[in-house]
Each structure stands twice: as C-alpha cells, then as structure tokens.
Design a protein around this ligand. Structure first.
Ligand code: RI2
Length: 316
C-alpha cells in the first residue's frame, strides 16, 4: 500500500478537490517526491516496486487528463532505467526528486509562456468566451490585462461542477469585466464575442481536443457564427498514444454531481449520465497555443512537428 499522504492526494484528485489538468499533474509529481522520501525499503528492488505501486494509484484517479500519465512517465521512465542498471535507493530517490521538481518547474513556466503567446495571438480581440476553468486560459487573460488591454469575458458556468465560477472570480480579480452565463446561452451571446478560448485535458495527434463537457457545443456555436476557436494547452497534454480523439477515454462521473441523493432514490428508473469531457474535432479549431509555439492546421502535421522537436516519443 502507498503511504497515507499519497492516498490522500489520490483521493483529492479523484474527488476534484485538486483539479485542472496541469494542477493534477503537478500534485501527482509532488506526491511521488513525498512517497520517495517516506518509503523505508530493505532493497532497491523493493523501493522500485513501491514507487511503481504509488504511480499506479495516482494514475487510476482520473482517466482523461493525459497530463497525469505524462507527468508520471516523466519521472518513471528514467527511474526504471536507473533501477534496471542496479542503482541504490539513495540514487533512485534522487532521480524521483529531480525529475518531479523539473516537471513542476517546467509546467509552471509553460503556463506562463502560453500567457505571452496567447496574448499575442488574441491581438485586438478583446471579447472572449470561455468554458470551465483552465489556468492556461487565465494566464492568457492575465498577460493581456498586464499589457493594458481592456478585456471582457463571457464565462460559461460549466455544469455540473460550476468551474466557470472559479474562472469568473479569477478574471474579475485580474480586472477583466466578466459576464457569467448559463451554459446554454453560449450561442445566444456568440455574436458579441471575438473568439472562444478554452483549455484542454488531452490533445490527440490529429489535433482533436478533449476538454470539459460542453466545449464541443461551444466550438460549434463559434464555427456557426464565424468566430475563431483557440485552445491553450501545455505540450504535456498531447496524448502521444492517441492518433484521434476517440481513443482517449472519457471519464464518467457520479450522478450525484448532477442531482441529489433524494432524486436518485426517488426516481430509480432514471439513469443519470455525467460524462466529464467531450471531443472537439480538429476542423473546428483555429489554433492551439502551446509553450513551444502556436500550432496551426493541419494539426496532424504541426503537432507531430512540435512533438519531434521536443523529443517526445510517439507510441504505437
Ligand atoms: P488547466 C479541467 O478539467 C478543464 O477541463 C480545463 O479546461 C482543463 O482541466 C485544463 O486545465 P477538470 O479537472 O491545466 O476541471 O489549463 O475536470 O488548468
């Protein structure tokens, strides 16, 4: 069994007390460091096995955000190599610590860089509709505001968990004027906005974007009214095993996020479906802002290019 601390982080991620694709990844990396420091193993083999178990627990918490397996692999691939070479516990522990810290640092830098590149991409577009809560998106607003641009955001509340309220609060604190709207008002207000800007939990190699449920519907409304759809995502959200969006698992969450326990008990014949994410096809996306540059269509080409420049390994 992993330590109580790791189990508690895993529980927080599962229950979304820690949420947002990047934050989940950084929390998992941090938990791996704590685990490496707390394990008292009799041999390097036992130490390695316990680290694998810890990674496995974290991996199972949320199935869609690919930032989570990518963060764990960033730590575990060199770790496994070192373990296979017969390195001692102290050295193995150091690898976990340095890789995890490197991941966290790079992640924070990437989100900041996305802010800069995204603000340039927005240019004179000042009225932006967004969905859910993404720190990559907030970073772009923060940079645009820092550059003195007066921004107006239409923020969708994002049922069932209302992450839009977090976005509304954070943007308002940045000095952005905010209109908080119900999800179904997206098309109604679309003609007033200059662009749609959303985050991502995973991006397939063909440019399909997996993001909070309702993203695809928002993108469709944008396309219908001729508005650009921008996606902000760090490169560790690229799903290197997924050729298309359909191979990325969509997390189904509890009915209790949608209705009360009383409702469930009273209407047993009603099946409540609560998918957490949907897939927006690449044809609906104008650009993807990453820390390594702004990607343009055809995404099947630009994503593979950035992936190879970064030295990431496409699997399968
Ligand atoms: P950042 C969130 O998922 C949202 O779907 C958001 O767009 C995405 O993570 C990326 O967030 P959830 O954890 O990494 O709310 O940009 O299900 O903060």
């Amino acid at each position: 069994m992993p330590s109580r601390l790791l189990l508690s982080t895993a529980k927080k991620i599962r229950e979304m007390r820690i949420r947002g694709a990047s934050k989940i990844a950084r929390a998992a990396a941090e938990a791996m460091v704590e685990e490496a420091c707390s394990i008292k193993a009799a041999s390097p083999t036992e130490f390695a096995e316990r680290m694998r178990i810890a990674a496995g627990y974290l991996l199972k918490t949320r199935p869609t955000a690919v930032s989570l397996p990518n963060a764990l692999e960033y730590i575990m691939v060199p770790f496994e190599k070192a373990a296979a070479q017969g390195l001692g516990i102290g050295e193995l522990r150091t690898i976990v610590q340095s890789r995890a810290r490197e991941f966290i640092e790079n992640s924070l830098k990437a989100t900041k860089m996305i802010g800069k590149l995204g603000a340039e991409l927005l240019g004179e577009r000042r009225v932006i509709m967004t969905h859910c809560h993404s720190m990559a998106v907030v970073s772009i607003f923060a940079e645009a505001s820092r550059r003195g641009r007066v921004m107006l955001a239409y923020v969708k509340e994002t049922r069932p968990r209302y992450q839009g309220r977090i976005t509304a609060r954070q943007l308002s604190e940045l000095g952005v004027k905010v209109h908080l709207i119900v999800d179904s008002a997206a098309l109604y207000y679309m003609d007033r906005v200059d662009a749609v800007l959303v985050g991502a939990d995973a991006i397939a190699l063909d440019g399909s974007v997996v993001n909070k449920i309702g993203t695809c519907f928002t993108a469709m409304a944008a396309v219908k009214t001729g508005k650009p759809v921008f996606v902000a995502a760090e490169t560790y959200k690229i799903a290197l095993k997924a050729k298309t969006g359909s191979s990325i698992p969509i997390e189904m969450r509890s009915p209790l996020e949608v209705v009360s326990n009383n409702f469930v008990r009273k209407y047993r014949g009603i099946e409540i479906l609560n998918p957490s994410f949907d897939i927006t096809e690449p044809a609906m996306i104008t650009n993807i802002v990453t820390e390594a540059g702004i990607l343009s269509p055809p995404f099947s080409h630009s994503i593979r290019k950035v992936v190879s420049e970064l030295g990431y390994r496409i699997e399968g």
